[in-house]
Design a protein around this ligand. Sequence first.
Ligand code: SAM
Ligand code: SF4
Length: 442
Amino acid sequence: MTKFFLKTYGCQMNALDSEVIDGLLRERDFSPVSSMEEAEVIILNTCCVREKTEHKVYGKLGQIKSLKQHKPELVVALCGCMSQAYGAELLEKEYPLDLVMGTGAIDKLPDALLDCLAGKGGKVECSLNGHLPPYESAVRKGTVSAFVEIMRGCDNYCTYCVVPYVRGAERSRAVGELESEVRGLVERGYRQVILIGQNVNSYRDNGTDFPPLLRRLAGIPGLKRTRFTTSHPKDLSSALIKVMAEVPTVCEHLHLPLQAGSDSVLAKMGRGYTAADYLRLLEEVRQALPEISVSTDMMVGFPGETEEDFQATLDIVEQARFNCAFTFVYTDRPKAKSSGFSDKVPLPERRERLSRLNELQNSISDELTQRMVGKQMTVLVEEENRGGDRSLGVDPSAPQSWRGRSGTNYLVFFTGETKPGEEVAVKINSAKTWTLFGKMVS
Ligand code: SAM
Ligand code: SF4
């Protein structure tokens, strides 16, 4: 058994790719370890959507370099989006790398590692070949909820984004294949699936688009909940809103990235909607699903963003009242068109805008979360809250402490007698940012 350590950066798509890598390696007599020091093979499954994540990977490579000085036989592989973006270039630098495997080379990783371990040298495998990973090999991290990738890649080419260059063109998986994957997961005890893709609303297989796919998958017997992410606002249809409102197992949560509130910035980003379009869409969603929670992504300091443009982002945040937001400072990305735009906003200014945006959004999130106190909600139990977490206000000594999620995607810690995979009613007693605390009611 060859011991491997696998570290994942970035989004849910990468988390699923790592579950596949994990499974493929176990099939070939590799066994996972939890520290780099114990490992004979280290694999970093990387992300390069933002500069900050990339810096974390370079930091990790620095640590690995010192490890490798004492253990020269250690084999190190870089996988995922950074490999795809930089390819062979990475081997020419001072990084302690033996293998650079792109996003389409997951299935080739075990052989490449075995060759390397047998002293046959390093390798670069980064052609964007459109391959889909062998999903059936995935070793799932959770026992209640599983990711199901319905489409891969992106054709939108938002001007700031590296994804189309590192994940390739959009390809959708066949409806039948997805149906049997979800049925298989339910048979193995999974109660929730999270359908993932860069833009799930672009899904299309032989005339079936996302709303009917969602209806079919969410209707599979035994499946208690279906979530999906990410929805591009320009493609979110009334048909999808209808399915969300009609099918009770589809969760009342929507992740709808806004990015910015200024129409001129949105146009320069190539997003294909205006602030007014976005607000109209939100209104339609909330009319159909009054209890829905909405999360978003926003970016500040896009090239040319003026203080007035930024104010438009603050204004729309006030109006939209998102339950939660993932906020970022804009950074140039390899191949992304905006990297060549003039009028870059100085970094201190971008950071200052980010903190103003966070201050506003946090106050809205806090207010909306506090409104949950006193309510009763249905929670899907995910796992025992082992040891508790004092920083979240959970008493580690509390008996029968559990962790789960509401349909609206709030993280809920609660006490009571239950087990993972059950849906239970919880009365919320207190709340903090995106987390709720409560007690099970019979
Ligand atoms: N497909 C999703 C969509 O259309 O909104 C987004 C996927 S992207 C991988 C996740 C988020 O990263 C984006 O919504 C955006 O806010 C952020 N992001 C992407 N490129 C960025 C960049 N160059 N600088 C800062 N944030 C960026
Ligand atoms: Fe990137 Fe835009 Fe595609 Fe999302 S839709 S992955 S932001 S190019």
